[in-house]
Design a protein around this ligand. Structure first.
Ligand code: SF4
Ligand code: SF4
Length: 190
């Protein structure tokens, strides 16, 4: 009895494997001869069609950005970094003008971004987007920070804009402090 079950199990398993392999062979021959059921492509020479709603690498419509930080605030993994100046009167050579600010840094760190798309939601000017590009890769983690202002990897040279923005912010704060102090002194004397 037990021996009968033993051989019946072997037969049953063998039959299942035979059916499975038969289906695989059928698909293999059909894809080879008739290009049916083909589900692999010769990447990177061939690229798949990306659906419109795909959430890939970000791009920014810089001129529309008002530097409100809402996208950075909502990001669940804090991987958006923004720096810039509001009301700067100096010209930042090679700088990027948003609607209400001069942007010095706007990057996304793709070592942590989870492509959730939340950063698009609160943007008041709808200027940050997750685009169709998906093959962002690097051999060094430092190259995984994309500068959305240049559409390239963020580099040490880009840091000079941040330095400029910080100095400019300090200058503007000092000016505002002086103006405030002057107004206070007038009020005190009056
Ligand atoms: S897609 Fe999500 S994780 Fe990536 S930057 Fe936007 S909010 Fe952050
Ligand atoms: S939410 Fe939009 S406008 Fe505000 S900083 Fe982000 S991209 Fe710029």
């Amino acid at each position: 009895m037990a021996l009968g079950k033993y051989f019946s199990d072997i037969f049953s398993v063998g039959k299942s494997i035979g059916i499975g392999m038969g289906i695989t062979l059928k698909y293999f021959i059909e894809s080879l001869l008739f290009k049916k059921h083909t589900c692999t492509i010769q990447y990177p020479r061939e690229k798949d069609v990306i659906p419109e709603r795909h959430r890939g690498i970000h791009f920014l419509e810089t001129e529309k950005c008002v530097m409100c930080w809402k996208c950075a605030d909502i990001c669940p993994v804090d991987c958006i970094y923004i720096e810039g100046v509001r009301g700067a009167d100096g010209i930042l050579a090679g700088g990027w003008r948003g609607r209400k600010a001069t942007l010095a840094k706007f990057t996304v760190d793709y070592t942590v971004c989870i492509f959730c798309g939340l950063c698009e939601e609160p943007c008041p000017t709808q200027c940050i987007h997750l685009g169709p590009d998906y093959d962002y890769h690097a051999t060094d983690r430092r190259m995984m920070e994309k500068n959305l202002l240049t559409d390239a990897v963020y580099t040490e040279e880009d840091e000079m804009f941040v330095q400029w923005a910080r100095q400019e912010n300090e200058r503007l704060r000092a000016l505002a402090g002086q103006a405030h102090g002057g107004a206070g002194a007038k009020e005190g004397s009056g």
